[in-house]
Design a protein around this ligand. Sequence first.
Ligand code: 8YV
Length: 321
Amino acid sequence: MPDRPTVLVTRRLTDAVHARLERDYNPVFNLDDRVFDRDELMANCQSVDAVIPCHSEHFSADVIAALPERLKVIANHSVGVDHVDLAAAKKKGVIVTNTPDVLSDATAEIAMLCMLSAARRASEGDRMVREGRWDFWSPAFMVGVQTTGKRMGIIGMGRVGQVTAKRARGFGMEIHYSNRRRLPPETEQGAIFHETVEDLLPHCDVLSLHCPSTPETKSLMNAERLAMLPKDAILVNTARGPLVDEDALIDALRNGGLFAAGLDVFCDEPGGNPELSKLDNVFMLPHIGSATKDTRDAMGFRAIDNLDAVFSGREPGDRVA
Ligand code: 8YV
C-alpha cells in the first residue's frame, strides 16, 4: 500500500518481526549481514519515513543532519543508544526510541555466564579438552574462584543491573552498587549503595558493568580503578566495550591484578581485541547479550510498537529523544 510508511531495517531481524513489518509497513530490509558504512547509511535513509537500526549503525551528527525531512523516527532495536547523537536528533526534530526491559533477562543471563566462565576457567578448560591437551588431573588442577557467598559489585543499577543483582543473590552473593542515585529500599533489596565508583571497587569480588556508554563513562575502568579492586577479582562487561580501558585490563590480567574477565563487548566490534585473545584468563563472547529468539522477537516488536505510536500520532513509549 503506497500510504504505508517506508521503514529501513538495517540488519536482519527475526522472521516474526519481519512478518509484522511486512503486514503493517513498507519495509526495506538490508539482508546483506554487513553493516552499512556512513555513506551507505546516509544514502539508504534518503527515501524512508523511519529506520530500525541496531547498535552497529552510527547516527552521528552529520548523518542525522543529512536525514531527509520525511524521516520521522529512529526506532532502535537496542536498549543502548550510544550510537545515536541524541542532541543532533532533537535539534533535527527526529524522534529516537529504544527497547528497554525486554532484554534485561537475556543480558543478565549472559552476565552470569561471563562471571561463572571467568571464575571457573570454562573457556580454558573447554579448549584443553577439545584440543586433546587434557592429559593430567589432580586436586590442584584448574582451580578457579568460587562465587557463592562472595560480593558482586554493580556499576549502573538500571534494569539490567537489577536483574543481574537478582540472579547473583540466587548464588548467595552480597550485592554492592553505585548508581547516579540511590534506589528506593524496595528496589534495593538489601544491596549496599556506594556514593562513588571508587568507594564501591574495594568491595567487589566480581564487578559487573551495566551503565551506559557516554563521554563521561569512557574508560571508566582504567588502570587506576582496576587496581582498586581486590586481588583475584573478576571483571564482567556485558554493557559496552569503551567502558573499559582494554590495555589496562590486559596489564591487570597479565600481572595478576585480576583473576579473570568475562566480556561480551569490546572497543572494536565486530572483531574484539587480539591481545585479549592471547590470554587464558578471559572468557569472550561476540556481543550476544540479547541474542535469544524470545528476546529478539520482543525487541523487534517493541521497536514496531514505537513506530506504530509515532505513525498514529501518539507519543512512543520508549522515547529517548
Ligand atoms: C543488541 C545491545 O545486541 O540493546 C543493546 O544495547 O547492545 C544489544 O541488545 C543489539 O543492538 C541488537 O540489535
